[in-house]
Design a protein. Structure first.
Length: 215
């Protein structure tokens, strides 16, 4: 089997540091993680800028704004009515459990906090782990469609592999290092968006094109 660390090294040499996740602070990163579901990041950026422009990019701002006005403010992110409800659900959770403080929330033990996040309507495993890794600096690997696609094409996972099984491929073969997990996941996203596309992948330019041999 190809060593997971070898994949990271090849991607890093090819693409360099990705400086992901973009956000001025942990709260903004959390909002971005929720808004980016099923849409391009450029659309999320517009929504976040609009929230900031309207003075809504804070826990209190999102708590106090009417749902319909919030939906209008994030229209560019797509599925805006659903996402407005998801944002409200997270904010309600944050105030009920942590007094509206993200800093206090991240003091919670990682596994327990992850379970709490998964109980919030509209937050699945990928979003919860993105919040934990990128906003909370917790050593947890994010599995998304890009990661699954690349690993499947490298024959490192089966098409039926579940989220936890894929995640363990990283947590059991790499040191539990926040920066490593951050960069590695971002590199998978870069590869999946630019080269290992869902249709018509550009395999000739892939830095992993010879990674099917035993090493």
């Amino acid at each position: 089997m190809v060593k997971i660390k070898t994949i990271y090294q090849r991607l890093y040499r090819a693409f360099g540091p990705q400086n992901w996740w973009p956000g001025k602070n942990p709260f903004e990163i959390i909002i971005g993680a929720i808004l980016t579901q099923n849409t391009a990041w450029t659309n999320v950026e517009k929504a976040i800028k609009n929230l900031e422009k309207q003075g809504l990019l804070s826990a209190r701002g999102l708590r106090d704004v009417p749902l319909k006005d919030l939906a209008k403010a994030i229209r560019s992110a797509g599925y805006f009515n659903q996402k407005a409800k998801k944002l409200k659900a997270f904010i309600d959770f944050l105030f009920v459990n942590y007094g509206g403080s993200v800093k206090r929330m991240f003091k919670k033990e990682t596994a327990l906090l992850r379970q709490e996040l998964l109980e919030i309507k509209g937050i699945g495993q990928e979003t919860a782990d993105s919040i934990l890794l990128y906003a909370g600096n917790k050593p947890i690997f994010v599995i998304d469609a890009y990661t699954r696609r690349v690993l499947s094409r490298l024959q490192l996972i089966s098409e039926k592999a579940d989220y936890q099984e894929i995640q363990q491929l990283f947590t059991q073969n790499l040191p539990l290092d926040v920066q490593l997990f951050n960069e590695f996941h971002a590199l998978f996203v870069r590869l999946g968006k630019d080269i290992c596309k869902k249709t018509k992948p550009d395999c000739g330019c892939c830095p992993l094109k010879n990674c099917l041999f035993i090493i």
